[in-house]
Design a protein around this ligand. Structure first.
Ligand SMILES: NC(=O)c1ccc[n+]([C@@H]2O[C@H](COP(=O)([O-])OP(=O)(O)OC[C@H]3O[C@@H](n4cnc5c(N)ncnc54)[C@H](O)[C@@H]3O)[C@@H](O)[C@H]2O)c1
Length: 455
């Protein structure tokens, strides 16, 4: 940290429970002359000296930042170099202090988080990640597609509680709550085609109930949405600004439209109730704890290969998918959940809400609005045929490949544009498909041998 750095701390808010990274904007120049702009937001003058933040009378500000682990100082370039959408002008690109300064500060707070659908594949991995970081997790799950086994290793943990609960009904939790992560929903085509009404109910009523609980507790809300909101896309790869190509009355509409409604009501709670909300659009994720018979392409092919039955490919196997290993996905969700609210908020400002409606999503990947949807996935694309070949190679299976007709409305291509997640969250998937399959196959081997699930 530059011992001579001085400036104005703008937009300062006392860190809340999830504000572990406090981002502030500092206005300064190399020669020590400050660029001070009039602002309605609260300001504190700061001085950074000897690794300490001081106010203008040299009193340490550390106590104000006690809930923070990291303070990110964003230097603000001279007047006029950033437009309203946050885009930099040529002048700003030349600005010498574009790089941010990072300062480590205290950090002691434990987050208390409710995960709906936490007994499922992804929810159980996020539960692990939160508990391992010393936080507290309560899981509400009615087990329609989840399994207590996924959480068995956490029963008895002092920071963990499981409640068998349908979240489409009234939900209540005593005590404070910092965040609700809404994962509850059948997620594989087999599940939502078998349970169309529960799928629609959990996306609509369940999301409404979870948002209501957040409002009552003033907690942060994160919705697990899906790449399926893009339907059978006409734009490739899919950026968040793409509105999608969904058949609302086709069989898959129950899932796609439930998630689209869930996104809409989440944004409504953000805009009209000022709730701090986030939306993650999850792309095809695989890894240990998937159900062997959940009908998803990765689990299907691995289980068929391990049990020596023919590998089923729908169509000619030329449809593409991008596959995200579960650790990468959880890392992206973690970043989104814990990210400071530094972006513009349209909350409780009806005129801003209208403006936002006219321009629903800034296509600028640098747009900083944390409340707008964020794609999380691995953009490396494979055809389903290529996936089948890899599965055969890594399982050592002699199974043959058989071809069946494509299901109705099956998307032909699917690849996330993750520019926004990269810019906003610093997200980068790290596990390539080859490595991810090698970490997933042993889990399925155990399942197939232990449960005979393939039969
Ligand atoms: N896994 C993926 O590739 C993927 C892709 C896109 C989106 N998602 C989304 O991520 C979330 C988690 O997916 P997953 O793969 O872990 O699925 P999953 O089926 O393993 O987990 C979903 C969990 O929600 C629970 N649930 C369903 N309805 C409920 C209700 N009314 N009340 C309480 N609990 C209920 C289920 O019992 C299950 O434990 C889902 O919302 C899904 O739509 C997943």
């Amino acid at each position: 940290m530059d011992a001579g750095l001085e400036g104005k701390l703008r937009g300062y808010k006392r860190p809340g429970p999830l504000r572990r990274e406090l981002a502030v904007r500092v206005e300064y120049q190399t020669d020590g002359l400050f660029q001070v702009r009039p602002s309605l937001v609260q300001r504190l003058t700061l001085r950074v000296g000897a690794g300490e933040l001081l106010d203008e009378t040299n009193v340490p500000l550390r106590h104000l930042l006690e809930d923070c682990r990291k303070l990110v100082l964003h230097p603000v370039p001279p007047n006029g170099s950033v437009d309203r959408a946050g885009r930099m002008s040529q002048q700003c690109i030349l600005w010498p202090f574009y790089a941010e300064e990072v300062m480590q500060v205290g950090g002691r707070h434990t987050v208390r988080c409710l995960i709906t659908g936490g007994a499922g594949f992804l929810g159980s991995h996020l539960t692990d990640r939160l508990l391992d970081a010393g936080h507290e997790v309560i899981v509400f799950d009615n087990l329609i597609t989840g399994r207590e086994d996924n959480l068995a290793h956490r029963f008895g943990h002092p920071g963990f509680r499981f409640v068998k609960q349908d979240v489409t009904e009234f939900i209540y939790l005593p005590g404070h709550l910092d965040a609700v992560v809404h994962f509850a929903s059948p997620a594989s085509p087999i599940d939502y085609l078998r349970m169309p009404i529960p799928t629609l109910k959990v996306g609509s009523l369940g999301t409404h109930k979870a948002l209501g609980l957040c409002k009552a507790k003033n907690a942060r809300f994160l919705l697990a949405s899906t790449s399926e909101v893009y339907g059978d896309p006409q734009i490739h790869p899919q950026p968040e600004s793409y509105w999608g190509h969904v058949n609302p009355v086709g069989p898959r509409g129950v899932y796609d439209e439930a998630k689209r409604f869930a996104e809409a009501i989440t944004m409504a709670y953000h805009r009209y109730h000022g709730l701090d909300t986030r939306i993650v659009r999850i792309f095809n994720t695989y890894g240990p704890r998937m159900r062997p018979n959940d009908g998803r392409v990765v689990s299907n092919l691995i289980v068929q290969a391990l049990s020596g039955t023919p590998l089923t490919i729908y169509g000619q196997g030329e449809q593409t998918r991008s596959f995200t290993f579960v650790d990468d996905l959880i890392d992206g969700i973690w970043r989104l959940l814990m990210h400071d609210d530094t972006g513009p908020s349209q909350a409780s400002d009806p005129s801003a809400a209208d403006a936002s409606a006219a321009n629903p999503l800034p296509s600028d990947p640098n747009a900083k609005d944390i409340h707008q949807p964020v794609n999380i996935g691995n953009p490396v694309e494979f055809t389903v045929g290529q996936l089948a070949e890899l599965v055969l190679e890594f399982t050592g299976s002699q199974s043959e490949i058989v071809y069946r007709p494509l299901p109705v409305d099956d998307p032909k291509v699917r690849q996330p544009d993750i520019t926004r997640a990269q810019a906003l969250l610093g997200f980068e998937p790290k596990v390539p498909l080859v490595q991810g399959l090698q970490r997933t196959i042993p889990y399925f081997r155990e399942q197939v041998q232990g449960t005979g699930a393939a039969s």
